[in-house]
Design a protein around this ligand. Structure first.
Ligand code: NDP
Length: 351
């Protein structure tokens, strides 16, 4: 992990460390794209709270925010702290609705402290594992739940395939599909992740996308074709999936992480017409979605159901916790290379 500045690690809590966007990456991000900056801990004004970050969520969408290419959300400005969801403790309060010591879900970014006026803060009282508000019970779990159930419409006995299967979204997609009575095939990078997906999460099979004969293994595991392909990665995985899609298959398009660092279109023949012909002849439904834009009003329904499944042991989850805000850039770079194993979270402060 990068050690930006050993002195900074020893700073007292009068200093707020922030990791800011130093420059926009071309291709894969590097450590030089980030800068660790220090400032005084901000003082809350009347109606505000001071938040101390305990956990910071690292998510693939952050690669998009580092770029100023047109997208569904505004980019992070150069020199501004990287954005991100956090679990924070209220350290000081001048807001009647929040007491010192309360835990809240916030969007305060890659920093130790932030002030907030209460808007958008969600209290986390009663959560057995507060960091789960960033994963299985938070945005990634919500994404899996809505994308699979609302767009994927899985039916008992159907075959559901999901890649990045040991990760925050994919692990929940597969387990919810099992609850719905489907046959579930995961795709993951490496034998250890595949073993976990089958033995711990209960998928029926998991194929290593790095295997030389990946496409053949996937076809063998999906001998009745694919009814729902939950698209998390794109790239070579989608190339192997496309010929296996059954008539009337559903494809929730959630993410394309294989392409997030791409600087140009892949080489080789343009396969767009192959895709559209397949969509037409097999009458496939492909639909993209952005979780909070499209389903923000259904978060309560998701949270009630997922909390129950987690409490009953029907949904398991794994967190990959990295200690220290200063290690966030390297952990994020690793996320885009498949180095995380489970929901990637930075432990910033002592809970
Ligand atoms: P994960 O926890 O699954 O971590 C990312 C994983 O992606 C890596 O561990 C790696 O797993 C896999 N990966 C990276 N590069 C490749 C590649 N070239 N080919 C195949 N797999 C690759 O991340 P999340 O669960 O948080 O996110 C999964 C997807 O969901 C992302 O595309 C993300 O952008 C998307 N997403 C979309 C949302 C929406 O609203 N539409 C909301 C939240 C997430 P492995 O080692 O197994 O290959």
């Amino acid at each position: 992990m990068i050690d930006f500045n050993e002195e900074i690690a020893a700073m007292t809590e009068t200093i707020n460390r922030s990791i800011v966007l130093a420059r926009r990456p071309h291709g894969a991000p590097t450590a030089a794209d980030f800068r660790l900056q220090q400032s005084a801990v901000p003082a809350p004004q009347e109606g505000q709270v001071l938040l101390r970050t305990l956990y910071l969520s690292l998510d693939p969408y952050m690669r998009g925010r580092m770029s100023d290419a047109p997208s569904y959300a505004a980019p992070v400005a150069l020199g501004a702290p990287m954005v991100g969801a956090t679990v924070c403790r209220v350290e000081a309060s001048r807001h009647p609705g929040f007491a010192v010591g309360e835990l809240v879900l916030a969007f305060s970014g890659w920093q130790d402290y932030a002030v907030a006026d209460g808007a958008g803060l969600q209290k986390l009282a009663g959560l057995a594992q507060p960091s789960s508000a960033l994963g299985v019970l938070g945005m990634p779990g919500f994404t899996a739940y809505m994308g699979l159930l609302d767009i994927g419409q899985p039916k008992p006995g159907e075959t559901v395939v999901v890649a990045a299967a040991s990760g925050a979204v994919g692990s929940v997609v597969g387990q919810v599909a099992k609850i719905k009575g489907c046959r579930v095939v995961g795709i993951a990078g490496g034998a250890e992740k595949c073993r976990y997906v089958v033995e711990e999460l209960g998928f029926d099979a998991c194929i290593d996308h790095r295997s030389a004969d990946f496409a053949q293994q996937l076809a063998a595991a999906c001998d009745e074709g694919i009814d729902v392909y939950f698209e998390n990665v794109g790239g070579a995985v989608f190339d192997a999936v496309l010929p296996l899609l059954n008539a009337r298959a559903r494809v929730p398009v959630c993410g394309m992480i294989a392409d997030y660092n791409a600087t140009e279109l892949p080489p080789g023949p343009d396969r767009l017409r192959l895709l559209t012909r397949t969509v037409l002849t097999k009458r496939i439904k492909m639909q993209g979605f952005i979780i909070f834009d499209d389903y923000g009003d259904r978060n309560g329904e998701f949270f009630a159901q997922m909390s129950a499944w987690v409490a009953e042991g029907k949904i398991k989850f794994r967190e990959d916790i990295v200690d220290g805000l200063q290690n966030a850039p390297q952990a994020f770079i690793g996320l885009l290379e498949g180095k995380n194993f489970g929901k990637l979270v930075i432990r910033v402060g002592d809970a």
